[in-house]
Design a protein around this ligand. Structure first.
Ligand code: BG6
Length: 458
């Protein structure tokens, strides 16, 4: 069967500043944490070991072109642009981002720019990070500076990438700095992130820029083990906490009432100011980026909660390992392509069918060298993964979902937070030592798909 996509469909990939640029002198939370606890990073490889986009941006953009990308998302490093988060703008950073943006436009590749992709200037974390409302204001100023500097040539902005992840990693589950385990602080960080988002949207609207502004959320559909009301309730609470805590404010301009009531009943609500509600209502977006990697399967808890243990989302559900589920064993994530369709249908039916696109989807695989044939990684598994997901996306579009594009994570194999180079996601293989780039079979497949705006699959 031939799967054809609408005209002007966005074909591309996503990356982020810290994971690709290299050549930095300043300090982000990641540099600080790595200097103190290198053992928390796979093989002790830290954030300075990147795919060197800071040097190789021009030739990398040629490679994007070769892969027939018509769009590409990366982020601006707040710390590179404003090293202490709040003070002087670094002119070298302005030059760098200007060159990248101009070259992308010149090559016919529309730049999609994220303002915050997990990397905070350490100076901002030192004053409390997202727990401090001064950091919210500093971020709003940074966003405004970016709009003023680049807003004439960047027409697609994203305030945050996966804002729930720093909440989970930094304040609940110990996989980002500052490694806190405290639900109320996590809720404060999430709430302030929504305020920061809304302030950036407000600044963008006030500047009457030509483009559009949105956010990128990692949506993990919550599937209950069964239709038993206890399982359904467990899935509903997981959905409130992990999806709707951001989805509702940015699309509806308010929090779900049952999430607020739940947190209130456990005395976990962040401190709110009366004017916050108006601000959040003004944070509604033009475009939603959806990152989809895996579903969340849950069941009701089998055991009672230990009242001495810290309050956690898992007080309300257990994770459910569905028999027969298909796993990506390297990352430990389930592969479930229909999830992409379920997300789009949910957006269509419950959120007014917003303009959206798949902003990340992908499969990290370990030791891909074993698949080299005639000098090229033959990653047929990745082609199967993409085409399977695209076929469900196609079904969503054919049923009226407003999905405008598909971006893959990622372009060139890159450094990945605590996993460093363990799992490779790229269309292009990176030799970390020599920095040599080699297109994988999936890169060629994607280039053909983007060129034809369609692909064939049985
Ligand atoms: C997304 C992030 O969560 O998934 C990326 O936006 C990240 O920054 C990607 O690299 C893959 O996840 P991981 O943890 O395997 O790198």
């Amino acid at each position: 069967m031939k799967y054809a996509f609408p005209d002007n469909f966005w074909w591309g990939s996503a990356s982020s500043a810290l994971q690709t640029e290299g050549t930095r002198e300043g300090e982000t939370t990641w540099d600080y944490w790595f200097a103190r606890e290198p053992n928390r990073f796979h093989n002790g490889v830290g954030p300075q070991h990147t795919s060197t986009f800071y040097q190789h941006w021009k030739t990398d953009i040629q490679l994007l072109k070769q892969l027939n990308h018509n769009s590409f998302r990366t982020s601006i490093s707040w710390e590179r642009l404003i090293p202490d988060g709040i003070g002087e703008v670094n002119p070298d950073a302005v030059d760098f981002y200007n060159q990248v943006i101009d070259e992308l436009n010149e090559q016919g590749i529309t730049p999609f720019i994220t303002l915050f992709h997990f990397d905070m200037p350490m100076a901002m974390q030192e004053i409390g990070g997202w727990e401090n409302r001064d950091v919210v204001d500093a971020y709003a100023r940074y966003a405004q500076i970016c709009f003023e500097l680049f807003g004439d040539r960047v027409l697609h902005w994203f305030t945050f990438n996966e804002p729930i992840v720093p909440v989970e990693g930094g304040y609940l589950y110990d996989f980002h700095y500052p490694n806190v385990v405290d639900f109320r602080r996590a809720a404060t960080v999430a709430y302030h992130t929504v305020l920061a988002h809304a302030k950036a949207v407000q600044a963008y609207r006030a500047g009457h820029y030509a483009g559009e502004i949105g956010i990128v959320l990692n949506l993990t559909p919550s599937y209950p083990r069964s239709r038993n009301p206890a399982d359904v309730k467990a899935a509903h609470i997981a959905d409130l906490m992990f999806n709707r805590s951001f989805l509702d404010p940015v699309l509806r301009g308010e929090y779900p009432a049952d999430l607020v009531a739940l947190l209130k009943s456990y005395d976990q609500l962040p401190a709110c100011k009366p004017e916050d509600g108006f601000l959040i209502a003004e944070g509604k977006i033009d475009l939603l980026g959806v990152n989809y990697y895996q579903p969340r399967r849950v069941k009701c808890r089998d055991s009672a909660v230990n009242p001495q243990a810290p309050f956690m989302p898992e007080w309300f559900f257990d994770n459910y390992e569905m028999p027969g589920r298909k796993m990506n064993p390297y990352r430990g994530w389930e592969i479930y392509a229909p999830g992409i369709y379920d997300i789009l249908v949910n957006l269509r039916d419950n959120y007014g069918n917003p303009r959206c696109f798949i902003s990340e989807n992908g499969m990290g695989v370990e030791n891909e060298q074993r698949f080299i044939e005639n000098g090229q990684i033959n990653d047929q598994y990745r082609i199967d993964f993409i085409s399977e997901h695209l076929s469900w996306l196609h079904k969503g579009i054919s049923e009226g979902c407003n999905c405008l594009g598909y971006h893959m994570w990622t372009f060139i194999d890159n450094w990945s937070w605590c996993n460093a180079y363990k799992n490779r996601y790229g269309f292009i293989q990176l030799d970390v030592e020599t920095q040599q780039r080699t297109i994988k079979k999936s890169g060629e497949w994607f280039a053909a798909t983007a060129l034809n705006n369609s692909f064939d699959k049985e």
